[in-house]
Design a protein around this ligand. Structure first.
Ligand code: ADP
Ligand code: MG
Length: 492
């Protein structure tokens, strides 16, 4: 769209940047500085998170569509996690070619064989989309990039970003711009909604053994830079729900927690040597191989999985978030198995992009040909999370050639989504960069369901995240250093 984001004088821009940065620092829209930046004794320093100076224009209809479809998606992924037969078949094939998937599957099998002790499962999901508009004549639609079932991050910061952009409108720091109004920049409830999902789990867990305090355990990465995003959920839990939280790394699980014999209640010992019964384990770590440097971390994961605490997510839910599952859902006839009602089929499928297996099925063999003959149209994805793992376009053929053909089935081939051109202004480490950008809308979802039947007692949409990256970068990860947290400026 013409004239957006607005151009300003250098003086007006400097004023805006000061207002923007000070608001961010004063309101915890922050991350820990990168290690290369400064010594950070006792983690006393924080720095403004990479954020978009202006909220990005986003078609209101597409935004509302993403929010509307979220409950249907939540239901599907909970149903997949509960479908041992179907999920087991998909993951058994993956485990044969992917050691990480195998280790995760082993945890699932061991805990299942013993019998799960948890009664409820919690999903804090995020479904990610990009606008798809192949030609200027097309109406834009949203197409799904991926569905996250573990460590769906940035809800805390995303809420602060909508407040920041609204503040800049109200305070008059933005130059007069027709698109920028409070009406077009909705307040994003993600932080409060995700916290409320965790609080619901804590409530459904039920009472502790008499006299014992109850709490939620956050499993985090040592040295996490995005810690304040997580802290916002903790503060909302305490302030809105009076629920206490505790944070440890997977490596600390054996020394700080134990299972009560028989009931397998999970007991956490605080720094004050007090015993707390953990209602819910929330994983903000454990999604990739780097989080399991030794067997100790895998043992810790199994220990937590065996416990009676509600897991967000269970290993089954994490496995359901595999990119292979997303590809399988696109196979005709598969989605039917998991939807709550037939009317959801079309609603969900409208967000699908073509995704192909790279195995030796007829479909897979066709896709192998595509990967070599028309790689420009595709992205190749392994079963990994967290950014930086995909292979794009012309690099696909050489990448595939460099490995044993037997391992190809661990990857999926996905058609590239084609977003319309857009401009943006990103502020990262104090530097302002203006240029072509690509946005990715994430919609959060909360679902709490019974472990035995899969029946949900809570299922709702829970706010959103817009991330924006330079259109010169293939990847969009904010934490991985490729993009920034953004907000929507809705257009009709
Ligand atoms: P991860 O689990 O590492 O986040 P994603 O599937 O989200 O993996 O891919 C990482 C990034 O790659 C996305 O944020 C997006 O920028 C880009 N990407 C992924 N799939 C597509 C696609 N089909 N079309 C265009 N870009 C894509
Ligand atoms: Mg992603």
């Amino acid at each position: 769209m013409a004239n957006y984001p607005p151009e300003t004088t250098a003086e007006a821009l400097a004023h805006l940047q000061t207002a923007f940065t000070d608001y961010s620092l004063a309101h915890g829209l922050t991350v820990r500085p990168p290690p290369a930046f400064a010594a950070n004794p006792n983690n006393a320093l924080s720095t403004a998170a990479p954020v978009s100076l202006y909220p990005s224009l986003f078609p209101r209809e597409c935004f509302e569509y993403g929010r509307r479809v979220q409950e249907a998606y939540n239901y599907v992924y909970a149903a997949i996690a509960n479908d041992t037969e179907w999920l087991g078949k998909v993951v058994t094939d993956l485990a044969a070619v992917d050691t990480f998937m195998k280790a995760l599957f082993d945890v699932y099998i061991k805990a299942k064989e013993e019998g799960f002790a948890h009664e409820w499962c919690l999903g804090l999901f995020r479904s990610d989309y990009m606008l798809h508009r192949p030609t200027p004549e097309d109406e834009p639609v949203i197409h799904q990039v991926e569905f996250n079932t573990i460590a769906s991050s940035f809800g805390g910061l995303a809420s602060r970003v909508s407040e920041l952009h609204r503040f800049l409108v109200r305070s008059g720091a933005y130059p007069p711009t027709p698109q920028l109004s409070l009406e077009s920049i909705p307040l994003n409830p993600a932080a409060a909604e995700l916290a409320s999902g965790l609080a619901k789990a804590d409530e459904y867990y039920g009472p502790t053994k008499s006299g014992r305090e109850k709490g939620i355990l956050f499993i985090v990465q040592p040295g996490e830079r995005n810690a304040f995003d997580q802290r916002w959920l903790e503060y909302a839990l305490l302030e809105n729900h009076n629920v206490k939280t505790h944070r440890i790394a997977l490596s600390e699980v054996p020394t700080r927690t134990r299972l009560e014999s028989g009931s397998r209640r999970l007991i956490y010992t605080t720094a004050l040597a007090q015993d707390v019964e953990i209602s819910t384990v929330y994983f903000r770590a454990g999604y990739g191989p780097d989080d399991y440097p030794t067997q100790l971390e895998w043992d810790a994961r199994l220990h937590l999985e065996r416990s009676a605490a509600i897991k967000c997510p269970t290993t089954a839910m994490q496995l359901a978030g595999a990119k292979k599952v997303q590809q399988e859902l696109a196979v005709p006839g598969v989605l039917e198995r998991f939807v709550a009602q037939p009317s959801h089929l079309d609603l969900l499928r409208k967000t699908f992009t073509s995704i192909f297996p790279l195995d030796t099925s007829p479909e897979g063999l066709r896709a192998r040909k595509l990967a070599f003959e028309e790689p420009e149209k595709y992205v190749l994805k392994p079963q990994r999370e967290g950014g930086g793992n995909n292979v794009y376009r012309a690099k696909i053929p050489d990448f595939l050639r460099s490995m044993d053909e037997n391992l190809w089935s661990g990857y999926i081939l996905m058609e590239l989504i084609q977003p319309p051109p857009a401009e943006g202004v990103i502020v990262r480490n104090g530097e302002i960069v203006r240029g072509g950008v690509i946005g990715e809308l994430g919609v959060y979802g909360v679902i709490l369901f019974r472990q035995d039947t899969g029946e949900p007692v809570v299922n709702r949409e829970a706010g959103w995240l817009l991330r924006t990256k330079s259109d010169e970068s293939e990847e969009g990860g904010v934490a991985a250093g490729f993009g920034c947290v953004d907000g929507v400026c809705l257009t009709d």
